[in-house]
Design a protein around this ligand. Structure first.
Ligand code: CP
Ligand code: NVA
Length: 334
């Protein structure tokens, strides 16, 4: 049966089948090729999308804005201040208003329930640009990057090892996409930073159906063995208290992605990170961390790995554009 995602929300990948995920990846590839060859068509001319951001963003915001423009759409940015959203006006009421003016709504914020309510009450496609729980558009970009780097279409059997905080949006999302696509996921973290049991169980069951596996380990000395992909994320996420840095550095310092871990993996291993990343001392936050806790600013990944031939982080960042365009196009046009 043909796939048609017109009118669908994109809130988390648990809501999508393997075929639908591959459909979005194929569409992303087509859109990337069209952009590169100058054959892109403004397939959504005359439409307008709302982009709600309660948290900061470079990649996601730019991908939605540039993507909307590429497709012929206008976009309206609603930042953490300057609108009534969630402050004087409930998410439900805001959704009913925005749904009458826009053809689609992107939401980046804290609570998954907010993006779910936007979807419930707006009547137009709603896209999750990151909540504390999920980061689904990032997953499409990561899988696209794996496909390109490895020269494959189907990623079943690819071993992805994730080091770091395994109970937040990135690790949750990796577990789901790996399970859906039959990949072999290993999450490596101290036990207090493992995902919740229900999600872990659910992902294990989905993975089994698709010929993949989902495992957790605390053993940072062996986890990277034979990996095709090594991934990590910041140790303190947006929306978490910056007081967490001290304890997280202690808990996760052995889980830093360094050359030792890369060398344990397959020769053609690639390194992924959604970005922004703490790999040097060139940011305000890194300076603050150095001042308070010492070190040289290399946290979840060393500068050596970040800038090595194994690192595909900027390809991954670019693919946010092509994949986000695919999500907008598929859900608005069908
Ligand atoms: N990876 C990602 O979502 O980046 P931004 O926070 O810059 O959007
Ligand atoms: N876990 C990170 C991802 C950033 C794209 C955060 O939520 O800040």
């Amino acid at each position: 049966m043909a796939i048609n995602l017109k009118g669908r929300n994109f809130l988390k990948l648990l809501d999508f089948s393997q075929r639908e995920i591959y459909y979005l990846l194929d569409l992303s590839k087509q859109l990337k090729e069209a952009k590169y060859t100058g054959t892109e068509r403004k397939q959504l001319e005359g439409k307008t999308v709302a982009l709600i951001f309660q948290k900061d963003s470079t990649r996601t915001r730019c991908a939605f804005e540039v993507g909307a423009a590429d497709l012929g759409m206008n976009s309206v940015y609603l930042g953490p201040s300057g609108s009534q959203f969630g402050k004087k006006e409930s998410v439900e009421d805001s959704a009913k208003v925005l749904g009458r003016m826009f053809d689609g709504i992107q939401f980046r914020g804290f609570k998954q329930s907010d993006v779910e309510n936007l979807a419930k009450y707006s009547g137009v496609p709603v896209w999750n640009g990151l909540t504390d729980e999920w980061h689904p558009t990032q997953m499409l970009a990561d899988i696209m990057t794996i496909q390109e780097a490895k020269g494959i279409k189907k990623v079943q059997g690819i071993k992805l090892v994730y080091f770091g905080d395994c109970r937040f949006n990135m690790a949750n999302s990796y577990m789901v996409v790996c399970a859906k696509l039959g990949m072999n996921f290993i999450g490596c973290a101290p036990k207090n930073l493992w995902p919740n049991d229900d999600l872990l169980k659910q992902c294990k069951e989905i993975a089994k159906l698709n010929g993949g596996s989902i495992e957790m380990t605390i053993d940072h000395t062996l986890a990277a063995y034979d990996a095709d992909v090594i991934a990590t994320d910041v140790w303190v996420s947006m929306g978490e208290d910056s007081k967490m840095w001290g304890s997280r550095i202690k808990e996760l310092k052995n889980y830093q992605v360094n050359m030792e871990k890369i060398k344990q993996a397959k020769d053609d291993v690639i390194f992924l990170h959604c970005l922004p990343s703490f790999h040097d001392d060139k940011t305000e936050v890194a300076q603050e961390v150095i001042k308070n806790f010492g070190g040289n600013g290399e946290l979840e990944v060393t500068d050596e790995v970040f800038n090595s031939k194994y690192s595909y982080v900027f390809e991954e960042a670019e693919n946010r554009l092509h994949t986000i365009k695919a999500v907008m196009l598929a859900t608005i046009r069908g």
